[in-house]
Write a protein that binds this ligand. Structure first.
Ligand code: IVH
Length: 750
């Protein structure tokens, strides 16, 4: 065959077409793998596109040769790193959940309380379906779509603009829009399109999608927009991010405005004035759920007035002014084939049910959490029986449920189908990974491996936590990579990450020769690691993965102590007081148990007091302990965890080895020069003009520290109405006391 004939598709024989398609498929697949793994590209974009065009041309002439490698049928979400990153101008938040009607009234009540309203008469809400898809943020400038970004970690998303443009519900241009307009909503796939896609996938031997949400996510996050175009996606707008000017005064009017801009909005959105109306609309939507043609997993309630939304603000990841009322979980029966024990970052032994795979709410489930040993025995953390006291045994028939994204759980056990050969589950008392004793402390529901850093499972979990998004977030070094590096003996603890380059050299031959790694990705990894040598104190504290020390507490510790050395100094000093506290607390627990058993009145506070007096803690240590505990919201449990972690020789040495590679940055003071910055303030009594949480947020944003109890370190006590013992103590200590009005006057003067 002459080259010209070969190039002219119309002259191609079927046999040659088949051969060529196979070869093109191989080349396209290799190019894709290299691209997704971050390797040097083996084809230029133009070459890649030319090959795909050739496949399309051949397949148009021979439609029955359309196969797995037709670009329309490629599956598998590419590595997220294949997309550019887009920081969100306004963070993308998630929603708190309500499961019962009572949770909805609690939600409304807490809003009234926060806003200082006597009742909900003046409040109104919107209620709309919660779409089970993936959220997307669209930025328009001067009415033109500039970019589209996925949620990502809420702060930074992936740039999927080209793909978003293939969705017909998303306008490219908008008339009469504010200069800057960020529209947010949900991308989803209809049931009909999902079924048709899976039929096509099956026909081509490609992977099937578990549910419409996975199909929508997999389709939107394709590096090739042609693939997204071939997958019919839809978009409902329900919210917004940055705006150069307001688009309405209420949530409901904002939705109508988005509609006028050309967006699809959900037709079941309603305004409701009472909890009863919210719940009635929830039931109505629940009744229509099966016939909507797309998946929803609940109803979202939002405070209608936008000025009130602004006053209510946000908790760390969720707004106070909205909540998702979830539909009840879906249930399914299956057999429990085994119980595995996983060892977590803090050594907790977590039992996991291995199940005969079963579909629950459209998703195939093959494992479920069993929480802890009491849960398996049929008790909750307070010793009360659950599931009517039925224990869970390997071989049992168990009922599984899922609620939203939550890990599947075991709801019930069918004793009628229990075989006589089953035995009660014997929870291990040794760590299944390192063999160290696994102990359960008094009052702790969880049994923990005592192996510390010698336990590989704990070490890997600590490393995974260390590189996670909210911690060091090292680009190119996710959970998969740290696991692999740990298994290869390259990193045992966080500090090893920062010596990788020195140990292996810049080229890092070993890394380069590994599957999925090339010169470019190895170099990029070292650069990403290097960038993280400068780290903010709060992130560092969180990254250490100390038990009970979460993201918010870490940030609070950083704001309070400002520098690492000061934090460590106080924690070290507090150790003696911590030991005394634990001893006194144990004595109090023993007293409580003995009193219950002996049916007599517990003398808990007396026992605690005398145990503390006996300990005779040095003043400096007590002061350091008080400083930790009194830091607003921290409390003794967290302070004990901190003291435990830093006084453990091995752990401390590992932390010191890590610190040696880092420059630790102090958190920025929120407002360095306000009248109250650096002052420790305490609120007490009933505030009238602001609610307590609001007042606290405001004080913190002006750089004040808000403490829970009055001590010599308190600068100002703000006493509302009916202030009690705190005001008396403040007066006794000579702390300045102000009423709410004079406090507001002070901060408003700036
Ligand atoms: S409002 C600041 N409304 O649910 C809160 N979210 O579980 C903005 N979602 O991340 C979200 N339908 O992806 C809102 N009608 C709706 C929604 C909705 C689905 C998603 C959204 C959010 C997640 C939280």
């Amino acid at each position: 065959m002459k080259l010209q004939d070969y190039l002219d598709v119309s002259k191609l024989t079927k046999k040659n077409a088949q051969l060529e398609l196979d070869e093109l498929a191989r080349q396209i697949e290799n190019a894709n793998s290299a691209y997704h793994a971050g390797d040097d590209p083996i084809l230029t974009d133009a070459e890649f596109d030319a090959k795909k065009r050739r496949v399309k041309a051949i397949e148009t002439k021979f439609p029955d040769l359309r196969g797995l490698f037709s670009p329309d049928f490629q599956v598998g979400a590419p590595a997220a790193s294949g997309f550019g990153k887009i920081p969100h101008a306004v963070r993308m938040m998630s929603l708190g959940n309500a499961f019962e009607d009572r949770d909805v009234s609690d939600f409304v009540r807490s809003i009234c309380k926060y806003l200082g309203l006597a009742g909900a008469d003046d409040l109104s809400f919107t209620a709309e379906p919660k779409i089970d898809g993936l959220s997307l943020s669209l930025r328009y400038e001067h009415g033109t779509l500039i970019h589209a970004a996925t949620r990502g970690d809420g702060s930074v998303g992936e740039n999927v603009t080209a793909n978003a443009l293939t969705i017909s519900d998303i306008p490219r241009e908008i008339e009469n829009a504010p200069e800057v307009l960020e529209v947010r909503g949900e991308v989803y796939m209809s049931h009909a399109d999902f079924a048709a896609l899976n039929i096509r996938q099956e026909k081509h031997g490609a992977k099937l999608f578990a549910n419409p949400r996975n199909a929508a996510a997999g389709s939107l996050r394709q590096l090739d927009p042609d693939i997204t175009r071939a997958r019919p996606l839809h978009f409902f707008a329900y919210s917004w991010g940055q705006l150069s000017s307001p688009i309405a005064e209420t949530q409901f009017d904002a939705i109508k405005r988005l509609e006028r801009f050309g967006f699809a909005t959900n037709p079941l959105t309603r305004q409701c004035g009472t909890v009863a109306e919210l719940i009635a609309h929830y039931r109505s939507i629940e009744g229509q759920r099966a016939s909507l043609g797309y998946d929803i997993d609940g109803v979202v309630y939002k405070v209608d007035r936008l000025d009130l939304q602004e006053r209510l603000g946000f908790r760390s990841t969720t707004p106070r002014w909205a909540i998702a009322h979830k539909f009840p979980a879906e249930l399914a029966w299956t057999r429990l084939e085994g119980i595995d024990i996983q060892v977590g970052r803090t050594g907790a032994l977590s039992p996991v049910a291995r199940l005969q795979p079963v579909t629950v709410g459209g998703v195939v489930v093959s494992n479920a959490t069993l929480h802890n040993e009491d849960y398996i025995r049929g008790f909750d953390s307070k010793g009360t029986s659950i599931r009517g006291g039925k224990d869970i045994r390997v071989g049992d028939w168990v009922q599984i449920y899922r609620a939203g994204d939550v890990i599947p759980k075991v709801a019930d056990v069918d004793l009628g189908r229990r075989s006589q050969n089953t035995v009660e589950y014997d929870f291990p008392t040794k760590c299944p990974v390192c063999g160290s004793p696994a102990l359960r402390a008094d009052g702790d529901a969880v049994r923990r491996c005592t192996g510390g850093l010698i336990c590989d499972a704990q070490a890997v979990e600590k490393l995974r936590h260390f590189v996670s998004r909210a911690a060091f977030d090292i680009e190119g070094m996710g959970a998969k990579q740290v696991e692999q590096f740990h298994a290869d003996g390259w990193i045992k603890e966080p500090s090893d990450i920062f010596t990788l380059e020195d140990r292996f050299g810049r080229g890092m031959q070993q890394l380069k020769n590994r599957e999925g790694w090339g010169e470019k990705s190895a170099k990029a990894l070292f650069e990403a690691i290097s960038k993280k040598r400068r780290v903010e104190l709060g992130k560092l504290v969180f990254a250490l993965g100390i038990r009970n020390v979460g993201e918010v507490a870490s940030r609070d510790l950083a704001l309070h102590f400002k520098v690492w050395d000061r934090l460590v100094e106080i924690v070290d000093l507090a150790l003696l007081a911590a030991i005394a506290y634990r001893k006194a607390d144990d004595a109090a627990t023993r007293e409580r148990i003995a009193a219950v058993q002996g049916s007599r009145r517990a003398r808990i506070s007396e026992v605690r007091k005398s145990a503390l007096a006996e300990a005779d803690v040095p003043k400096a240590s007590q002061a350091a302990w008080d400083e930790l505990v009194e830091l607003d919201g921290l409390g003794p449990v967290l302070a004990l965890s901190l003291c435990d972690a830093l006084s453990n020789c091995e752990e401390r040495a590992a932390i010191d080895r890590l610190i040696a590679h880092l420059t630790i940055l102090s958190p920025e003071d929120p407002v360095a020069d306000s009248r109250v910055s650096g002052k420790t303030v305490v609120f007490t009594g009933t505030l009238v003009r602001l609610k307590r949480a609001e007042a606290k947020k405001q004080a913190e944003s002006l750089g004040a520290k808000v403490a829970g109890t009055v001590s010599k370190k308190t600068d100002i006590l703000i006493a509302g109405e009916d202030a009690g013992s705190k005001a008396a103590k403040a007066a006794e200590l000579g702390v300045k006391i102000m009423n709410e009005d004079s406090w507001l006057e002070l901060i408003e003067r700036g």
